[in-house]
Design a protein around this ligand. Sequence first.
Ligand code: MN
Length: 231
Amino acid sequence: MNFVFPEQPTVSLPIVGSDQRFPIRRVYCVGRNYVEHAQEMGFTGREPPFFFLKPADAVVPAGIGQAISIPYPSLTKNLHHEVELVVAIGTGGKNIAAADAVKHVFGYAVGLDMTRRDLQGEAKKTGRPWEIGKAFDHSAPIGPITPIAKSGAITAGEIQLTVNGKTTQKSDVAKLIWSVNEIIEHLSAAWELQAGDIIMTGTPEGVAAVVSGDTMVASCVGCQGLTVRVS
Ligand code: MN
């Protein structure tokens, strides 16, 4: 291909137990998918799922057992962490029924939906898009993918985040308002999913601000841990 300038490299995640990597196509995110988090954001916690996206190159991949760092982003004074179960799609499809959804899952990881909360809040107030609050550079640090063959389908178990050793978020993925299977059903009705898509499934309560120098450690049942320093 004769490109006018060099093409960007594909962003990819390591796979536990493999020397192959998972190339990322799209990053779908689910909003307000735990009741207590919806409530802390001022909502009832009972509404149909809704989605937003981050660009694939917002992903900051962590190697297996490797800590990573992200820069404190521009324009914000209120950078929030959101720990989330990340689902990696291995087989695409549209109008996938929840009952068939697990066949489309390649594996799982834990990730952080980093959020410029002040800018997201302004966007909400003014009815503007969320991208400036959600889809900025380095806004999606994600750990290695554990294949579903190793983890089994993840439907319950602890999800947690510590900041500088102190627990800020702690819940159970069984508390997802919309389960992974239901998310795949809803998403694939709106977009045709393809191999390489990943889904950040929403965060539990306890979102809070981090500052330069903080270290976040994310964990989720069935997944490799993720350590992220804010530089
Ligand atoms: Mn989120």
